[in-house]
Design a protein around this ligand. Structure first.
Ligand SMILES: *Cc1c(COP(=O)(O)O)cnc(C)c1O
Length: 377
């Protein structure tokens, strides 16, 4: 089955009791037992719920892993993964991962004795050099936000295997429609399903898939022990959103590609970052490891003032954090998502004051171009 078909027919289809074509919302906390311990596979909804189970089965199949898990947010998903580790364990983490990832590692799990070193994961030697005897995992994102830097998943998986550590990939930006880290050798893949998987700015959720059944077993233990699970209503919303992931991602990408090309031909734009452009440093690598380039673009309009002006003039781009929904969203990372990073570090990374990020939606691209044109002039 090809990915577009798998998105429609993957996992558990409908309801065998009634013939309902969509999986019902099992709004329930507990389940009747015929005798002690005799039940139909569900005992209590933190441990397992049929709607959430349908979603978990579905994402495991879509990402090609042994087991899937759904959580109340991307951060709850990551925190559960991090709870696999012990005091004194060490992690190698990408140096421009999502801000919330950085925050939970440095300000929560560090207090519990989990150590971390931050490195540029596009530099294999740096990753290898950062691995210590206590290192248990590498955590990475590709492409990153907002600079869209690409790292080689298969090469990092080789490093991880040689050193006997887990490779954990945040696949939020690419989605399983374009990129499957487990097929490239990663051990765990996770998503902020709040973004493209939900796709309609109406649900906050996180998904995790483990390649190996043993890791899946350990994850189920911590998921149930900690309890940051996704509710049945939101599980259903994700199941519904993901049915259209294929057509949405195609449109996001088509529009992003058109906008990036249009922007790169303008003399008043300092630089355009989109991995689908041949000029992008990660273009060849992303072509090797993914089937597409995604729907995120960043470009530098030159100054904070000009960025302000553009943001105040656009009509079809909503000024907001987050990404991956049907509507186009616009932001200035230096003063929004990345404001907590010290100015010097931002400059080092290349997150300039005039850098504008767009999560390109699925509106008519001609309208998106005309709107940006009037805002830039
Ligand atoms: C949003 C996001 C997260 C966090 O997910 P939430 O659903 O907001 O908790 C993690 N990683 C990336 C890349 C994100 O964009």
């Amino acid at each position: 089955m090809r990915i577009k078909t798998r998105l429609i027919h993957g996992g558990i289809e409908g309801d065998p009791h009634t013939g309902a074509v969509s999986v019902p919302i099992y709004q329930v906390s507990t389940y009747k037992q015929e005798a002690i311990g005799v039940h139909k596979g569900f005992e209590y909804s933190r441990t397992g719920n049929p709607t959430r189970h349908a979603l978990e089965t579905y994402i495991a199949e879509i990402e090609g892993g042994a087991r899937g898990f759904a959580f109340g947010s991307g951060m709850a998903a990551l925190s559960t993964i991090l709870s696999l580790f012990n005091k004194g364990d060490h992690l190698v983490v990408g140096d421009d991962v999502y801000g919330g990832t950085f925050r939970v590692v440095t300000r929560v799990f560090s207090r519990l004795g989990l150590e971390a070193t931050y490195v540029d994961t596009s530099n294999l030697e740096a990753v290898e050099a950062a691995i210590r005897p206590e290192t248990k995992a590498i955590i990475m994102e590709t492409p990153t936000n907002p600079l869209l830097k690409v790292s080689d998943i298969a090469a990092l998986a080789d490093v991880a295997k040689a050193k006997n550590v887990l490779l954990i990939v945040d696949n939020t930006f690419m989605t399983p429609y374009w990129q499957n880290p487990l097929d490239l050798g990663a051990d765990i893949v996770f998503h902020s399903a709040t973004k493209y998987l939900g796709g309609h700015s109406d649900v906050v959720a996180g998904l995790v898939v483990a390649k190996d059944p043993k890791v899946g077993e350990d994850l189920h233990f911590v998921q149930n022990a900690i309890g940051g699970v996704l509710g049945p209503q939101d599980s259903w919303l994700l199941l519904r959103g993901m049915k259209t992931l294929g057509i949405r991602m195609e449109e996001h990408e088509q529009n992003a590609r058109t906008l990036a090309k249009w922007l790169s031909e303008r003399s008043d734009i300092k630089r355009v970052l989109y991995p689908g452009l041949e000029s992008h440093s990660g273009h060849e690598l992303i072509k090797k490891q993914a089937r597409g380039f995604g729907g995120m673009i960043s470009f530098d309009v030159g100054s904070a003032e000009r960025a302000d002006e553009v943001l105040s003039k656009v009509k079809y781009y909503t000024l907001a954090e987050s990404l991956g929904a049907v509507e186009s969203l616009i932001s200035v990372p230096a003063r929004m998502t990345h404001a907590s990073i010290p100015v010097e570090r931002r400059a080092e990374l290349g997150i300039t004051e005039g850098l504008v990020r767009i999560s390109v939606g699925i509106e008519d691209v001609q309208d998106l171009i005309e709107d940006l044109e009037q805002a830039l002039s």
